[in-house]
Design a protein around this ligand. Sequence first.
Ligand code: MRU
Length: 353
Amino acid sequence: MTDAAFDFDRYDRIRPIRWTGDALELLDQRKLPFEVEYVRCDSSGSVAEAIRALTVRGAPAIGIAAAWGLVLAAADVQAGDGAEAAAKLQPAIDHLNAARPTAVNLAWALARMRRVLAAAGPDWRDALEAEARAIADEDLAANRRMGALGAALIEPGSNVLTHCNTGSLATAGFGTALGVIRAGVAQGRINEVFAGETRPWLQGARLTVWELQQDGIAPTLIADAAASHLMKSGRVQWVVVGADRICANGDVANKIGTYQLAIAARHHGVRFMVAAPSSTVDMDTPSGDLIHIEERDPGELFGVGTVRTAAADIGAWNPVFDVTPHTLIDAIVTERGVIENPDEAAMREAFAS
Ligand code: MRU
């Protein structure tokens, strides 16, 4: 699939992050699908809070937002060169980095921004802004490439199940797993797209379903608990998901519930694909056991939206990611290529440099 062969304007119209020149506008994902509203951030602190509060979410998107957050922090800094600016901006970098722990794209984007800054001369401000723009542009290009690579693995006439939201809303545009699905639908390889609700925050029901509707694709929503039954019925051939961190041995952290999908997929002979840009690969973390899994407010489990559904005075545990061992993954797709049956050796070969 080349850019010329794919009508990106038809399938890729949502942009969750807009840079205005002096502020960052974020499509408020807490309000979708009922309100389509951008919030304006004019400080790195407000960007960090937007990441923490899930106004902007999805591994690549929070990296991009943090990069622009650093550009905002730089507006208040006077420095003669990049090294001096980098030292002065370190507290802002640390603050942005602490907003969420699991997706490596956040730390990756900030480290990349810091590297460019530290090497820059008196024009460090321009260098910083150009790097933020490059991070976003490269993400979009990577997603389009992954769409082509991932869709090619799917046999025509297949149905797929996805989890959480991995689309334009979670990236600079087009999406990772949802990019594969967009490309697969456009090529006639995918007939039906099933989307899991993704309790408790409902990224599937609120975001993925809405996003696919914008493309004219009509997904079928399922309760998370219906996934094994769906697989047993023979109605899906692939599970296609994104990632928040891919370790050196191919283990994958992604939205809570992904692991049980992988177990059920292997049991039922359904294939399991992870699509993520190389910015999600963390070769410094040897295995999934070492990933910091974010735990959020148990209150997120007590209801749906603002309506309480749980009994009063109860406890709850709310880990929002889990780790799928590489042995349950059939293919990891990045913009650099496809790794089938990922393991440490295959990851090293693909990402050693
Ligand atoms: O808590 P979220 O909504 O930020 O979690 C997002 C996910 O788990 C996605 O699957 C992942 O970031 C990949 S997005 C391209």
